[in-house]
Design a protein. Structure first.
Length: 405
């Protein structure tokens, strides 16, 4: 869908690459300490067009960190947005080469949206032209209206346009996809990706929806607490989501987090290689740690292409042996690494972490960890134990391909 949206507006990968190459000037380096309201240390390096996501429970200090980076609250350390620019930590907010889309944007209500866009453009030394993005964000028909006449989702998309006008090398996004319907969420993702390429920029985002993080982010920073100070640890997006969801489940279990942590929302992300399209069967085949893997037909993937496959914990089961004559087209050999009891929608259940067995030396470096949710009754009947080999079984429609990334 992303390529289709871009093609509609004559924006292609090759065209954007011709506009801007990702040179060393497109590197963002941050190392800051924030003392209030949440004491935390954050360090990261983001390359051109890269998106990092902050993963932590509500109230952990994500927005506080973004406010500090934007210059809206105090912080110490260093913020470098390119190899030639000034140290951003010493500059007031309006002088920083950082654009910020807040969770609840405040727009001037006395101006039309078009007048607001013109005003912000006039204030920039070198304003970034966002004309191409107006239609993509479905805002062409509301430019004559004022902010209070727009829906919350429309206001959020206007705020995204206003932030992009600054043309800053670092874009901060606080829940920018929240409140958007499926079509507009895809459109926002397309616009953000294209903006980063055209401006040689990077982005740091906050979101609570796992699917949003997977669709947009390249890397994850997960908040960890060593007892003296909270700090953010960089991880690949799949490993970061895995750890973050375990943190949510732990907080859900001890009562410190009342709304998050359902096992049905526990996502596993694994890396696979596209092998072939079995169109007569309606399937696409992949190699996953040297083992065969199938999803419903995904024609946009090409043989040899690396993809991220997403699987929900309650869409996969366990079997002690292979089931060659069953309808479960996916049957992967794995080793159980841990089991834990959880509560899911009021029912007793078990979350079982497994590591896929590698049957191919070329895949040995891939650590594909997955999670399985089964009822307590099934657990008592099957009696799976740590370090035992089991088969993970699922149907093709249990897997979704992270095609936006």
């Amino acid at each position: 869908m992303l390529n289709a949206i871009l093609n509609t507006f004559n924006i292609t990968e090759s065209a954007s690459e011709q506009r801007q190459d990702c040179r060393s000037a497109g590197t963002v380096m941050i190392d800051v300490q924030v003392s209030s309201p949440v004491s935390q240390h954050f360090s990261c390096t983001l390359r051109c067009a890269q998106v990092g996501v902050l993963l932590a429970p509500s109230g952990a200090g994500k927005t506080s960190l973004l406010n500090a980076l934007a210059g809206l609250s105090p912080a110490t350390g260093s913020i470098q947005v390119d190899s030639k620019g000034a140290e951003q930590i010493d500059l007031p907010a309006h002088q920083r080469r950082i654009a910020y889309v807040t969770q609840s944007p405040t727009l001037f209500g006395h101006l039309s949206i078009q007048a607001l866009l013109n005003l912000v453009s006039a204030e920039q030394t070198n304003a970034f032209d966002v004309t191409w993005a107006v239609g993509l964000l479905n805002l062409s028909g509301v430019l004559h209206l004022r902010a209070q006449q727009l829906s919350g989702g429309q206001q959020q998309r206007v705020a995204l346009l206003l932030a992009m006008i600054k043309g800053a090398p670092l874009l901060l996004l606080d829940e920018v996809l929240t409140g958007q319907d499926h079509t507009m969420k895809h459109a926002c993702i397309a616009v953000i990706k294209e903006y980063l390429k055209q401006t040689n920029a990077a982005a740091l985002m906050v979101c609570h929806q796992m699917e949003d993080a997977l669709a947009l982010a390249d890397m994850a920073w997960v908040l960890k607490d060593d007892g003296s100070c909270k700090h953010w640890q960089a991880m690949p997006i799949g490993a970061g989501l895995h750890l973050y969801q375990h943190q949510l489940l732990a907080s859900f279990q001890d009562g410190s987090n009342g709304g998050e942590g359902h096992a049905s929302e526990f996502l596993s992300v694994v890396q696979a290689t596209t092998l072939a399209h079995r169109t007569s069967l309606g399937l696409t085949e992949y190699r996953l740690n040297g083992q065969a893997c199938f999803s419903v037909h995904t024609p946009h993937t090409k043989p040899g292409q690396a993809v991220s496959l997403v699987l929900k914990a309650n869409r996969v089961g366990l079997s002690r042996k292979a089931m060659p004559d069953s309808s479960f087209v996916n049957q992967w050999l794995a080793t159980i690494t841990s089991t834990r009891e959880i509560v899911w929608q009021g029912e007793q259940g078990m979350l079982i972490d497994v590591k896929l067995v590698s049957k191919d030396d070329s895949d040995a470096a891939q650590c594909n960890d997955l999670s399985v949710w089964i009822t307590r009754l099934s657990f008592n009947q099957l009696k799976p134990a740590v370090n035992e080999p089991w088969y993970l079984i699922s149907k093709a429609d249990a897997l979704s391909v992270n095609s936006l990334h």
